[in-house]
Design a protein. Structure first.
Length: 440
């Protein structure tokens, strides 16, 4: 902990212990941390809970991300805000439940949509952290509207390099609407495998000389379809539909490319001597699809069973977050927003309060894991979690599961625990009444 400033290591430990006893506020803990830290937030696309070898993937290895977990804290109970791209990204950028915004009701926003996007006046993580003197960049996927007034540059990002819709081909960078690769507001026709292009741009960004701290959101497309590995340039890119094809070998190649790319980005941090002053967060936007390994959970992307929303999450900050920790702290997409903003001493707009909570004290070890009440809603499912209990509604079928002993959601508990069933359903209904109604 030699880099802990402005207090010495003994004082840091004293502050930490006091915080864990509940006698020291977050603001006091924040004073013990390095000032003006950088933030690197890495978001994979359709990465299932078990798709990293440190989370159980049996048929390939992800050594870089495994090492990242070994150097920091790995969460076992992290969730996406939704089981599909657009609402989760809405939740991250705004720090709020996606059901508060019309764009957050899209499951997902389709390629041809030209009538809806993230409202220009809505504060975002980028606009709020920028007010604290941070340089901001988004590299990769946006998926919250294609018109300029809905894009990253209008929502606090100083620069953007990536694609606006839900996916783009890994080689020709096209989807059903044509070329979808942009440098800020201008189309960018670049040669190369998409994962590599995003990695290269992140490395260039990190390596710049600067006088301000940076917040970099690196939103990879991998391992989202079309399923194309780095060696698949010769195959036809006229996918019809784009979800055709693929196999476990191709998926593994895409994952190894992602893992290698993250490794190159982390090396750039080390080479720039920034790794000990940079908070790194890695997670996914939702559960995986057909080639993902979601064990022990049920189902996958597009539904609210655990396989659709439980995701890997890793947090690393050398010298601040102890290495090799695993925590059962429940967390959801909006918590990463709240955590990053709290670290930067950035305040949410009073008219748009955050729904997430700062979980950095748990990651550091100055606070014990605490119980959460979390909610999800899509067109076909409703769900809530209170502590270890999970409520799930599919049409007229309602369920209660005890995730502490039944993570696969197999054993129905609503008749055995009627009081908990009534409580969690009532909590969900109260929350739902404060959200926008479902799309018809």
């Amino acid at each position: 902990m030699a880099n802990i400033s402005p207090i010495n290591r003994r004082e840091f430990i004293r502050t930490a212990l006091a915080a864990s006893a509940g006698t020291t506020a977050w603001s006091q803990v924040r004073k013990s941390l390095p000032s003006n830290p950088n933030v690197l937030f890495i978001l994979a696309d359709d990465l299932g809970y078990g798709d990293l070898s440190c989370y159980g993937r049996p048929d390939y290895k992800t050594p870089v991300l495994d090492k990242l977990a070994a150097e920091g804290v790995r969460l076992t109970d992290a969730y996406a805000a939704a089981p599909v791209c657009t609402p989760t990204r809405c939740a991250f950028h705004t720090g709020r439940y996606p059901q508060r915004l019309a764009v957050g009701l899209e499951e997902p926003l389709v390629d041809a949509n030209n009538t809806l996007g993230l409202p220009p006046a809505h504060p975002t993580i980028a606009s709020l952290i920028k007010q604290r003197g941070y340089e901001t960049a988004l590299i990769g996927k946006w998926h919250l509207g294609v018109r300029p007034e809905w894009g990253p540059n209008q929502h606090g990002y100083d620069e953007f390099f990536g694609f606006l819709r839900g996916y783009t081909d890994y080689f020709d960078h096209k989807n059903t609407q044509g070329l979808d690769l942009y440098e800020n507001l201008e189309p960018a026709d670049r040669a190369g495998y998409l994962t590599d292009l995003l990695t290269d741009r992140a490395i260039e960004y990190i390596g710049r000389r600067r006088t301000k701290p940076f917040y970099l959101s690196l939103h990879y497309s991998a391992p989202h379809w079309p399923w194309e590995g780095p060696e698949d340039a010769a195959i036809s890119h006229a996918h019809s539909p784009y979800t055709d094809g693929g196999n476990p070998r191709v998926f593994g190649a895409m994952m190894k490319s992602l893992d290698t790319g993250v490794g190159r980005v982390l090396k750039a941090l080390r080479d720039a001597k920034l790794d000990r002053n940079t908070l790194v967060i890695f997670t996914s936007d939702n559960g995986g699809e057909r080639y993902s390994f979601n064990w022990p959970f049920s189902f996958q992307k597009f539904n609210l069973w655990e396989g659709g929303i439980r995701v890997p999450a890793i947090v690393r900050w050398p010298g601040v977050i102890p290495a090799g920790r695993v925590t059962p702290q429940p967390a959801i997409t909006m918590d990463w927003t709240a955590t990053i903003l709290a670290l930067a001493n950035a305040k949410a707009d009073a008219a748009f309060p955050l729904d997430g909570q700062n979980i950095l004290p748990v990651c550091i070890g100055t606070q014990q894991p605490f119980e959460r009440t979390l909610f999800w809603r899509i067109a076909i499912h409703d769900a809530a979690r209170i502590g270890r209990w999970k409520y799930l509604k599919e049409g007229n079928n309602e369920h209660l599961f005890d995730l502490s002993v039944d993570p696969g959601e197999k054993a129905e508990m609503k008749s055995r625990e009627p009081a908990m069933f009534d409580r969690i359903r009532s909590e969900y209904n109260r929350w739902n009444a404060t959200m926008l109604p479902k799309k018809r």
